[in-house]
Design a protein around this ligand. Sequence first.
Ligand SMILES: NC(=O)c1ccc[n+]([C@@H]2O[C@H](COP(=O)([O-])OP(=O)(O)OC[C@H]3O[C@@H](n4cnc5c(N)ncnc54)[C@H](OP(=O)(O)O)[C@@H]3O)[C@@H](O)[C@H]2O)c1
Length: 251
Amino acid sequence: MARDQFADYDRRDFLRIVASGAALLALAPLAAGAQPAGGAPLKIGMVGSGREGGALGTAFVKAGHQVMFSSRHPEQLKGLVDGLGPRAQAGTVEQAIAFGDVVAIVVPYTAMEQIGKDYGAALAKKALVLDVSNPIARRDGEDLAKWVEQQGGAGLATAKLLPGAHIVRAFNGIGYMKLSAEAHRPGEPLAVPIAGDDQNALAIASNLIRQIGFEPVVVGGLAMGKYLAPGSPLWGEHTSAEIRQIVAGLH
Ligand SMILES: NC(=O)c1ccc[n+]([C@@H]2O[C@H](COP(=O)([O-])OP(=O)(O)OC[C@H]3O[C@@H](n4cnc5c(N)ncnc54)[C@H](OP(=O)(O)O)[C@@H]3O)[C@@H](O)[C@H]2O)c1
């Protein structure tokens, strides 16, 4: 029998999410071509507010969400949040995770293990954990890259480091400058391939992606997360039709 889809969330998270428009989408699969819901804003915690995390969090603020950017030195985020207005604030990593209905993790992949140890239990209660982080051998080391490969790629590796979290890999191949330059572009939107095993998390992620001006394309479960990493044919900028064509060629 199907498990209660909200059984893993604590009551406070559940109520806050159900109160939002996004939750209505989360309760049922998104219909093809569905428009982004207006709905109430979500609270989004950014773990990692550097180039990519800063740009993504900025896009969420512009779409009307409340965002807590985090750093191990939150005072250094003053310039970023002051420029974004009252929907943006800065905090520690712990505060951002406590704040978010949704948490985006946008850190060097080397930090993921410690984040899992320190905050894994809290992250497992979130409706969605966006995994934007990429394992990159030249930056993160050959050993880590090899370990990730042994787990079956970045999606399954992140699931191992964040047990129980409702993970969706997303935005892994879109550079931080493109996030602002290509959002809501005229004509066909730039697509964002996403991978995850949890239908509610995928629905919330899809809604967020549409709200910030891109088109989500679910390419499969977390096992497909290995293709949402540097060097993959899905890397870089594609339309949704191009992504579907590439994915068809992967099978
Ligand atoms: N740059 C891109 O265009 C792009 C595109 C797609 C995906 N990505 C991926 O996104 C991730 C971040 O890349 P980036 O270019 O944004 O890097 P970045 O500018 O160097 O920012 C890294 C962020 O991670 C935080 N961080 C580092 N170690 C941490 C830890 N142990 N605990 C908590 N936070 C920690 C840093 O916060 P502190 O202030 O505490 O140091 C900083 O905010 C990488 O995995 C990258 O592959 C990047």
